[in-house]
Ligand binder design. Structure first.
Ligand code: NAD
Ligand code: GLY
Length: 362
């Protein structure tokens, strides 16, 4: 098992990464000074089927009293109604001020549990056990927690850092292939924006990675968590620099919203958004066509979509971009690409952004 530290002074925390390391959960909790007592385990109906019993048994064997709370799987349950359900169950389960809440699931469970942990009894400790690739490389690290509101995704949230992240890549064996590939989009993002080395490795080893190879996955997930930790350490609450992690997300979120979150998984929409951001950068003379071609090739080889459906009206996408909670004074801080591993922010209106849609490559 490898352990990284995300350094945030008194709120620093370890990120443990390995394959088949779930069994160490009880000991790792004890290292964090949780010695006995109740532990909330929040999971969803798909993840619970596979990991609810193993996790409960591990905790019971170490002298803890797990209180398992299951939410139906799916983004549509990341909302205030299910947050209320969760609070009710935490009260019923007599979760106390020092009882940790474990998020056992993908980004939906991580975001929902994190927000509940930030607010229940004015804050209870929070542990992340991410079970999707997307959550392992992105959502579980960095302390963004939220629920959705009918007026917008992640509109109600808080920055609240976990006490520990336990990443076991072995749980990805049960993850549906399409979800796994969706997570690869975020892995590619780290290579594109921050690391020519990671990008080159992905170009060489993509097939092996797609075969869910535990050794390669452990190493790649570790690299992504290291890169994300560096960004969060520099700018925890997204004053400025952390916004580079939004590469591909401005258009990605607009596509998700314009398709009512039904046509694309998050990573798939981000893949389309990264291809778009790369084309936009090349069209504005910020990056060379060869750079654009490398990015598009890798995304395509991963089995991710690269063509924004032509029937998506520019008008819908423009409205989606304008609704983004990150718009200030009518301009979006759009993450552009200069080279692999090198980005820059351009402040663009939604109309300027969509003006680059459906332009043919040159
Ligand atoms: P998800 O949590 O919905 O999980 C995807 C699907 O896979 C679900 O059906 C789930 O039940 C299933 N699943 C999860 N792990 C499994 C496993 N090991 N075996 C079998 N099935 C499994 O989706 P996601 O892609 O993990 O997360 C998307 C969410 O994350 C969005 O709500 C997004 O807003 C949020 N997010 C948050 C951050 C952040 O920084 N907080 C970053 C990126 C995304
Ligand atoms: N997922 C982007 C961030 O954590 O800032």
């Amino acid at each position: 098992m490898d352990t990284l530290t995300l350094n945030l002074g008194a709120r620093s925390y370890p990120i443990h990464i390995g394959s088949d390391i779930l069994s160490t959960l009880g000991q790792l909790l004890k290292q964090q000074n949780f010695l006995t007592g109740r532990v909330g385990v929040i999971t969803d109906s798909h993840v619970g089927k596979h990991y609810r019993n193993p996790v409960t048994n591990i905790l019971t064997a170490e002298g803890f009293e797990p209180v398992v709370i299951e939410i139906p799987a799916g983004e549509e349950h990341k909302n205030l109604a299910w947050l209320t359900f969760l609070y009710d169950k935490l009260v019923e389960g007599r979760i106390e001020r020092n009882s940790p809440l474990i998020a056992l699931g993908g980004g939906v469970i991580g975001d929902l549990t994190g927000f509940a942990a930030a607010t229940f009894r004015r804050g209870v400790p929070f542990i992340q056990i991410p079970t999707t690739l997307l959550a392992q490389v992105d959502a579980s690290v960095g302390g963004k927690t939220a629920v959705n509101h009918p007026a917008g995704k992640n509109l109600i949230g808080a920055f609240y850092q976990p006490r520990m992240v336990l990443v076991d890549v072995a749980v990805l064996k049960t993850l549906p292939k399409r979800e796994f590939v969706s997570g690869i989009a975020e892995v590619i993002k780290y290579g594109v924006i921050l690391s020519p080395e990671l990008f080159g490795l992905l170009e060489e080893e993509l097939k092996v990675l797609l075969s869910v190879n535990p050794a390669l996955l452990t190493s790649v997930v570790k690299t992504c968590c290291q890169l994300k930790a560096l960004v969060v350490e520099e700018d925890e609450t997204e004053g400025d620099y952390r916004a580079i992690l939004n590469f591909g997300h401005t258009m990605g979120h607009a596509i998700e919203s314009a398709t009512s979150y039904k046509s694309f998984l998050h990573g798939e929409a981000v893949a389309l958004g990264m291809v778009f951001a790369t084309h936009l950068s090349q069209q504005r003379g910020l990056c060379r066509p060869a750079v654009r071609d490398r990015v598009v090739r890798l995304i395509k080889q991963a089995g991710l979509p690269i063509d924004i459906p032509q029937d998506l009206a520019q008008e819908h996408l423009r409205i989606g971009i304008e609704a983004d909670k990150k718009v200030t004074a009518g301009k979006v801080k759009f993450v552009c690409l200069e080279d692999i591993g090198k980005t820059r922010f351009e402040f663009l209106s939604a109309a300027e952004i969509v003006g680059h849609l459906y332009q043919s490559a040159s």
